[in-house]
Design a protein around this ligand. Structure first.
Ligand SMILES: Cc1ncc(COP(=O)(O)OP(=O)(O)O)c(N)n1
Ligand code: 3NM
Ligand code: MG
Length: 208
């Protein structure tokens, strides 16, 4: 299966009080991957919310990815996204099996990306490409990196960090398959606007 499209990433603060309504609005507009990103240590809430997202994703035929937490991903039978400080990829690939989606943060490094692919990553994520209010301190990446990545790597390429409808087109033109977005999708003032934005991201990626 070729991974290409909008990669919606949740944010617990931004979505407080409207979590499932906004996520469903995004799914309504079309989401290829949905990442549950919750940096809290409230395990009971994390399990509850992740289960609710898995049910929603099943209804919309969207793939759920859990950020950071391979154990939770294994428990739910879904994918996982790991950063450079979230532990090694190979044992997680072994835990989740060959069909699971396992993503890896590679910042602006082709070397990290090649290593991730060798360890079994399903996609590699580069960023941040623009200023991000969600993660202002993330290291920055640029468009030239994407051209080299497109030539060297044979897995889907994900871009993240400050992506909006206004600045995403050059990323797509430089070969990005997955646009990972928090604020540019969920920082909307209505569910209707979230759905409109999701559709517009898909239009940018020429996805029906
Ligand atoms: C799609 C995607 N790309 C990058 C990240 C960042 O992962 P990481 O560096 O582990 O940082 P946290 O998100 O865990 O704070 C991501 N989550 N998703
Ligand atoms: C979670 C995350 N990781 C990043 C990286 O560069 O690795 S940037 C980022 C935040 C993405 O949120 P927004 O779309 O609101 O900028
Ligand atoms: Mg992480």
């Amino acid at each position: 299966m070729k991974l290409r499209g909008l990669y919606a990433v949740t944010d617990s603060q931004l979505l407080a009080g409207k979590f499932l309504a906004y996520v469903e609005a995004a799914l309504e507009g079309g989401v290829t991957l949905l990442q549950y990103r919750d940096k809290s240590s409230d395990e009971a809430r994390r399990l509850r919310e992740a289960e609710a997202l898995r049910n929603l994703c099943e209804r919309y035929k969207t793939q759920l990815i859990i950020n950071d937490d391979a154990e939770l991903a294994a428990r739910l039978g879904v994918g996982v996204h790991l950063g450079q400080t979230d532990g090694p990829l190979a044992p997680v690939r072994a835990l989740l099996g060959h069909k699971a989606i396992v993503g890896s943060t590679c910042h602006a490094s082709l070397e990290l990306a090649e290593q991730a692919v060798n360890e079994g990553a399903s996609y590699v994520a580069f960023g941040r490409f623009f200023n991000s209010s969600t993660k202002p301190g993330a290291p920055s990446a640029n468009l030239e990196l994407l051209e080299q990545a497109r030539i060297k790597l044979h897995v889907p390429i994900c871009a993240i960090g400050g992506i909006t409808l206004e600045n995403a087109a050059p990323l797509v033109a430089h070969g990005v398959d997955l646009l990972a977005v928090v604020h540019g999708l969920f920082g909307a003032d209505s569910t209707a606007e979230v759905t409109r934005r999701a559709r517009a991201f898909n239009d940018l990626l020429l996805i029906k």
